[in-house]
Ligand binder design. Structure first.
Ligand code: ACM
Length: 506
């Protein structure tokens, strides 16, 4: 039993066994995916899987297999042959992940495991995802996440057939992206003096400076590593709110150029936002140009969430800008701001994204929208013509505790996201009409990291809830009790073999 549960799986008699002599046949672009198979199976099994024209493992790309779509695949195993078949390399990569899951769990170990018979059951699987966007967002701003953790995350999400790693790279509490044109963003903006202890509004702080930034070389490596595994890294540069770290570095970009702010040491929503003068747009363009240079993804996320408008309301410059633009109130500057910056991305051939907020009606329709507050915001956005990636917080925010148990570690306040809730995260779209559902590009999980300071905690919050989200994001008919839970029971030893510190209870 594998996760995500395949759409169609038929078991047959017998098993195929890999040996030192097993060879792999793969022509054309399929050869890269055969390399991925070697890379993924090599560490645990030591199998050479040498290329050979008489291979008993055969990877085939057949562009005419339109019924499989961009990411579908067919995997056929009998005692004599393993055949992986897809229209596109993305589908073949998913077939490779399924093959790994059919082997004994030790196949996932990063170290050699001697004495295991590397065999898998005879099956015929035909599989394809319900949606093209299946993502996982990692917040690297609230607590810096070392690049090794991001690389491991790519490996783990690819195993679960997720295909987007959304990196939240900038926020009030830290700026992690190197920008040559604005070096103080990382020199100043990547370090805060201390961090709040407890929930937003707490009056307690630790006395630990916190800092971290990626190098451009690390990010390029991450992007290439992810691409080999079929994962696109989508960068997020949050604006016009969530920019306190940038404003600590460059006060002239704010509504009070004379004010020297610190990188924020609190949790919660900060009132400090970017100004709306021309220098700010030059800044945004320069930052985004370097961002696009590092991240080739079609989509670039502009944040746009939680933008308090009090600074604009109190700023004569922002008020007069709103009036000149004919906006009914300064609050509408958010939509105008995002539209203007989004145009820069569109002109560069990219698609702007942002989190859905209540004033979404002012967003240009070219934006792809992530409804996070309420699933119904997604429906409203779809009706206005936006593509939508569902991220409703009550079922996809993994920083919420996963149970009400008193020994649950400190998590985001307000809700519990349990395993059934995570699994059913797309259920609200079931009652949308067909045209609205057609605008759903996919869904994703989010890990905000106010309380995530270690790799163990990162894993504990992520697994197995991400397995549940991946299952429902892939297979629309997988039932939580009938399909997912039995598959998860078989999957847990695989998580253990990978070294994932998953939550045992949920
Ligand atoms: C968000 O949680 N502010 C997107």
């Amino acid at each position: 039993m594998i996760l995500p549960t395949p759409v169609d799986l038929i078991r047959a008699a017998g098993r195929f066994t890999f040996t030192e002599r097993t060879t792999v046949r793969a022509d054309g672009d399929a050869a890269q995916v055969a390399d991925l198979l070697r890379t993924l199976l090599g560490p645990a099994t030591g199998l050479p899987l040498a290329p050979g024209t008489a291979g008993t493992v055969v990877l085939t790309l057949d562009p005419a297999a339109r019924e499989l779509g961009d990411e579908g695949y067919r995997l056929t195993v009998d005692p004599f042959q393993v055949s992986l078949h897809a229209a596109r390399p993305a589908g073949l990569r998913h077939a490779v992940q399924t093959l790994r899951l059919l082997l004994p769990p030790e196949a996932l170990s990063p170290r050699p495991v001697p004495g295991v018979v590397w065999s898998l059951p005879s099956v015929r699987i035909t599989d394809r995802p319900r949606h093209p966007w299946r993502g996982f967002m990692v917040d690297t701003a609230r607590h810096f996440q070392p690049v090794e953790r991001l690389l491991a995350t790519v490996d783990r999400i690819a195993l679960h057939k997720l295909n987007v790693l959304h990196l939240h790279l900038t926020d009030d509490q830290g700026w992690r992206l190197p920008v040559d044109a604005y070096p103080r963003l990382t020199e100043i903006g990547s370090r805060r003096a201390r961090s709040m202890v407890g929930h937003a509004g707490s009056t307690r702080y630790d006395d630990q400076p916190h800092q971290g930034t990626y190098t451009k070389a690390e990010l390029r490596h991450l992007v290439a590593y992810a691409a080999e595994r079929g994962v696109t890294v989508v960068p997020e540069i949050d604006m016009p709110g969530h920019t306190r770290a940038a404003l600590a570095a460059y006060p002239h970009l704010g509504n009070h150029p004379e004010r020297q702010l610190d990188v924020w040491t609190d949790w919660g929503v900060c009132e400090t936002v970017l100004g709306v003068h021309e220098e700010v747009f030059a800044f945004c363009r320069a930052v985004l140009d370097e961002t696009m240079e590092l991240f080739p993804s079609r989509y670039v996320h502009l944040g746009g969430d939680e933008c308090p408008t009090v600074e604009w309301e109190n700023s004569p410059a922002a008020r007069s800008r709103a009036a000149e633009l004919g906006l009914a109130e300064p609050a509408h500057l958010r939509g105008w701001f995002l539209g203007r910056v989004g145009r820069h991305l569109l002109d560069a051939g990219r698609i702007p994204m942002c989190w859905a907020e209540a004033d979404g009606s002012t967003l240009p329709v070219e934006f792809t929208v992530m409804p996070w507050r309420d699933a119904e915001h997604g429906r409203e956005a779809a009706r206005r013509g936006h593509q939508v990636v569902m991220a409703p917080h009550r079922s996809t925010y993994l920083d919420y505790p996963q149970s009400t148990s008193p020994d649950e570690p400190l998590g985001q306040a307000g809700y519990v996201v349990d395993l059934p809730g995570a699994h059913g995260h797309l259920a609200p779209t079931d009652h949308w009409d067909e045209a609205e559902r057609a605008r759903v590009l996919g869904s994703q999980a989010q890990l905000w990291t106010e309380f995530v300071t270690t790799g163990e905690h990162f894993d504990y919050l992520t697994y197995p809830r991400l397995c549940a989200i991946a299952d429902h994001a892939w297979n629309p008919v997988s039932d939580y009790t009938r399909d997912f839970l039995p598959a998860l029971a078989v999957h847990r030893p695989r998580l253990a073999a990978l070294g994932v510190h998953h939550a045992e209870r949920s």
